[in-house]
Design a protein around this ligand. Structure first.
Ligand SMILES: *Cc1c(COP(=O)(O)O)cnc(C)c1O
Length: 222
């Protein structure tokens, strides 16, 4: 049995206080989430909407929920009322439907743009030119109920620190480019969500502001 409370305390002790830990609780029971919650931790991440909704209702209302996995447009309405940050915005179509739902409930929903930085074909995300085209578009200017707070990416799942580091460095460069060209002077554009249990140390060295860690806190998933 992993000692969840010690794991999360040790993790936070060993990283800079400016880095936000998102405790990724996917596949783990509510009782495990509560063990982390009782240490004072409040930021939790799930990658599936159904799972997030079923757990949320059983847990304290002051948890800040992060959606970190691919989001289908028809599921946006279920999380719009409460989600703290959507890390996985990977198309204009999705951003537009988030804005739509946000308008209905008079909220501004915080989002990150997910970039494809890994070698694997299967991972979702914008390329830099795609994101730039979107940010320049009239369609994007018409959205007023989403706030773009930064970028997110997943490195290749590989035991090669040089490659992972290169990919994180690329995401940091994308962040700086977008900041300079589209969000200069906007303090809210400040997050770089990168790093998981296997690569968060490298990610922090390369400028991560949010790590998404599951197994290092809750133990491995079956
Ligand atoms: C599962 C998941 C994580 C956490 O993975 P660990 O290796 O358990 O830390 C982080 N980000 C995303 C998008 C995930 O789906």
């Amino acid at each position: 049995m992993p000692d969840i409370a010690s794991n999360i305390k040790d993790l936070k002790k060993n990283i800079p206080p400016s880095v936000t830990v998102i405790a990724v609780s996917k596949t783990k029971p509510v009782s495990d989430i509560l063990k982390a919650y009782e240490t004072g931790h409040r930021d939790f991440g799930e990658n599936r909407v159904q799972e997030l909704l079923s757990k949320k209702d059983l847990l304290p209302p002051d948890i800040r929920w992060h959606l970190i996995g691919h989001l289908q447009t028809n599921k946006v309405k279920f999380i719009a009322p409460f989600i703290n940050l959507i890390h996985s915005v990977d198309s204009f179509r999705l951003l537009k439907s988030i804005d739509n739902e946000a308008v209905k409930i008079e909220r501004v929903i915080r989002c990150l743009l997910q970039f494809h930085i890994a070698e694997e074909e299967t991972k979702f995300g914008f390329s830099l030119p795609e994101a730039i085209d979107m940010l320049k578009s009239e369609g994007f200017s018409a959205l007023h109920n989403v706030q773009i707070c930064g970028v997110m990416g997943m490195a290749t799942f590989i035991d090669n620190d040089d490659q992972v580091r290169t990919e994180f460095r690329k995401l940091k460069q994308y962040f700086l480019r977008l900041k300079a060209d589209f969000f200069s002077g906007q303090d809210s554009f400040r997050e770089i969500s990168m790093g998981m249990s296997g690569d968060y140390k490298t990610a922090i060295e390369e400028g991560s502001t949010m790590i998404r860690t599951g197994s290092v806190i809750f133990g491995s998933r079956i």
